[in-house]
Design a protein around this ligand. Sequence first.
Ligand code: GLN
Length: 455
Amino acid sequence: RHALARIERHSNLGAFLHVDTDGALDAARGADARRAAGQALGPLDGLPIAHKDIFVTQGQPTTAASKMLKGYQSPFDATIVARLHAAGMVSVGKLNCDEFAMGGATENSAYGVARNPWALDQIAGGSSGGSAVAISARLVAAATGSDTGGSIRQPAALTGVTGIKPTYGRCSRYGMIAFASSLDQAGPLARTAEDCALVLQAMSGFDERDATSAQQPVPDLAAALRTPRAGATADQPLAGLRVGVPKEFFGEGVNPDVLAATRDALEQLRKLGATLVDVSLPRTELSIPVYYIIAPAEASSNLSRFDGVKFGHRAKQYTDLADMYRKTRAEGFGPEVKRRIMIGTYVLSHGYYDAYYLQAQKLRRMIADDFQAAFKVCDVIAGPVSPTVARPIGSQTDPVADYLADIFTLPASLAGLPGMSVPAGFGDQGLPVGLQLIGNYWQEAALLHTAHAFQ
Ligand code: GLN
């Protein structure tokens, strides 16, 4: 009831696309009944969570913040939704995001923008903007998000909350509406690393219904967070940890306030016992053209299913089948989604495939190799999440400028590595800054442990 009241009171933030009051109260009563019956409750039992509207949910609408899926009801739950439900979490509703998770400001939602609780005229970031706002404004205890090129880490940074994108393959993509399948990963946003650990653990694990889900054992992340490192002391919990500082993440183009807050955070890590090591990720800048070829290419293919035939929007007036497809897609998709479909179709077309898509795939491999070279001399990589703090809503009319701002989140996505954002103080106009931590494959526990010591 507390969560539902706060959601109602702060509806001006634009965090929610749907609130399931009756379903939430029913589920909460279920947890109450389990407690009354003397059953042992799990750490997440009865806690309110909300899901990014990119995850399909039975009994609640799913739109991907698109007109194309207005009123759509899924006949099943996404695997991660089902797992969090099984852990006893109470799903209170669906969260706003960029249309089909394409964007970095939640301005591409067909249902209105999400506002930053720290300054209502500023963006909350995106594409998981509603998830970040719901945590930042303390509407729910935890939220799910998806991160294809930074969509968990960047909104977490801009709203002062914690979020983690796990290793590609850690969480099932079954029931997560596909944007770029080789990059899409689900993950939690919450107040702290400890909360993220509990939720991520419940979401993680092999799923036979996702062919890219990994057969990787899930460690006890909450326990790992509290387990002292070998050689650690009370003052120096991070003793022995080598933190790699990539010089390409600290160059021109990063706002001076963000740079100062990030350097302060590194100094904090050093005081906690970590050793800072200079590393290089020489292809950082190339991650922008590489991502903005690969992600639209996959999107153009994935979004071909929205044709007005099987589900979603269908144009009312048309002359023949081709006309029905054309009008349905023209009406249902917003401008950014159309732009991505056109870019993707172009880079995959005969005669351009070798020049763009194939080159991008080769560079993607090199970007992943650069990380492996860095991880030879460090355990965790640290740097900024976003080059700036939140910008004013409506202030960016050039989509390419927003693409460029993804520079520090794209490399880990292309490599499939886990990355997280931890609150690291404030920059310009008192707006939050996030510290990004990137780990090697399956090293979520190391990231969460570091973040926990830092918090
Ligand atoms: N901002 C990036 C994009 O627009 C990342 C989005 C995401 O991670 N879903 O594609």
